[in-house]
Design a binder for this molecule. Structure first.
Ligand SMILES: C[S@@+](CC[C@H](N)C(=O)[O-])C[C@H]1O[C@@H](n2cnc3c(N)ncnc32)[C@H](O)[C@@H]1O
Length: 173
């Protein structure tokens, strides 16, 4: 199984979730489930929150059958605070009503897709809550460009930072 996220990045992400001190019943959104590589850690770091994790299950390495695999694995691990969504982040985001408390973006790394993920899902983030994502560098600078334009240089966010050249994070104003 492909490991998308290095251990030290997972550890940093878990730290962001814990430091957020999310109240019970918070909603955490993850874009890009793949094989639950980050999902289970987020879910364990915030056991009283719900993790809504979205994936198309239609990419070269993550196929339709992986939805069922993920579902069974979560049951086996007795992780019950994760909701698996099979959709594009855009389609699900456009119909999702309500505010969210934490956002982790690790879906399709093309400029337009990162931009849409930030626009659609970032607008649902409550004031003071964390937006973050993976692969700030690499990918021909696509993620960097979208994140810099829509988060780093935006009046909607503050405290922008990058960890290990890969995890970018900021707070919604
Ligand atoms: C880099 S992987 C996610 C890795 C995962 N966070 C981890 O650390 O194990 C990116 C995932 O985004 C999914 N994806 C691609 N385009 C998407 C879209 N438009 N909406 C939602 N998910 C998408 C892919 O199917 C793939 O599983």
């Amino acid at each position: 199984m492909k490991k998308y996220t290095q251990d030290k990045d997972i550890e940093f992400l878990v730290g962001l979730v814990i430091e957020a001190k999310l109240p019970d019943d918070s909603i955490i959104v993850e874009i890009g489930t793949a094989s639950l590589g980050t999902t289970v850690h987020i879910a364990k770091a915030a056991p009283n929150s719900s993790v809504v994790t979205i994936d198309t299950y239609n990419s070269p390495k993550v196929r339709a059958k992986d939805f069922e695999v993920n579902f069974k694995l979560l049951q086996k691990l007795e992780i019950y605070n994760v909701r698996l969504i099979q959709s594009t982040s855009e389609a699900f985001g456009n119909k999702y009503k309500g505010a969210i408390d934490f956002l982790w973006i690790d879906g399709y790394h093309a400029y337009e897709f990162v931009k849409k993920d930030i626009e659609i899902w970032g607008s649902k983030l409550k004031t003071g809550c964390i937006i973050c994502g993976h692969d700030y560098t690499g990918h021909d600078g696509n993620v960097t460009r979208a994140v810099d334009e829509l988060v780093r240089d935006s009046d909607d966010y503050e405290d922008f930072n990058v960890y290990n050249n890969l995890i970018w994070y900021a707070k919604r104003k």
